[in-house]
Ligand binder design. Sequence first.
Ligand SMILES: [Zn+2]
Length: 233
Amino acid sequence: MSFSVTVCAAVFGGASAAFVPRAAHRLAVPRGSRPRSTCAGCAVTLATWVRAGATCDCARSPVWTWATGALVAGTLGATIGPAPLLLVLLPAALLGILLAVIDLRCLRLPDPLVALLAAATVLPLSAAAVLTGEPARLGRAALAALLSGLLYLIIALLPGAGLGLGDVKLATVLGFTLGFLGWPALMVGLLAPHLINGPVALTLLLTRRAKRRTALPLGPALLTGAFLGCLVT
Ligand SMILES: [Zn+2]
């Protein structure tokens, strides 16, 4: 473990995640709606996308957002060390945090953001596989993306699954990176979301904060699973 890489990654993660709340607030809108241009709390016009800390002057500073960014990025830095892979996974983790916050707010994973995550991971990892003379890695990543997408598509088609096509697309994109890292990473990435969402759903039911038919977002669990999978390298 490289101490300086860990600290640099954690600082990058925390500092960049501080910009997530404003962007998430503007993007967490129903399907087909334009991004929010006013604050949902005090109706003031949100002129820019860029604001560190709270969404608006009327909102509290969400400490957990930058704390999550610092923890996730710092852990990736500690596990991966000074390798080019870290430069791919850090921005991807930031996009993942943005997607998770939006999904928690409005049960949606906007296609343009999932597409951006795909571009930010598939393109550099494919180039890395070719440049390092490991095309087999590229094949494994593509196969893993296909398997992951197919598995979640089957789950989504089951009656009462409570899982949307946005989850299927995200699982496909995450499957590519996990497959690039290896089959054990993919296994963790596929299993962990269910081990996370099961107890969360049970806790919400027991504390009466959710009913049996309440829709729960799967995106945050998928992204957490992928993060844990990235640590199995
Ligand atoms: Zn406000």
